[in-house]
Ligand binder design. Sequence first.
Ligand SMILES: [Zn+2]
Length: 89
Amino acid sequence: MNPIRSCIGCRKTGSPTSLMRMVLVDGKVIFDQQQIAPGRGAWVHRKCLELAIDRKAFKWAFKLTEMPEISNEVTELLTEMDAKDMKLK
Ligand SMILES: [Zn+2]
């Protein structure tokens, strides 16, 4: 059994190990690190997270009428990535 998920950012498919699972809790998008939280999950590559937020991909991923709030935890993931990019330069 090799489940295939598709990234809400680039729409490409990948295995769950290459994607991050996001879930909606109390109207906020949170990072489901263990990939076991109940309910609908949205899968996204780490590098596609910013794109997914920009494109309001979480809105349709969770079948909402408005873009949901992004938790601080997820926003921090973006900040961490930016910090890494700066180190590489
Ligand atoms: Zn992607």
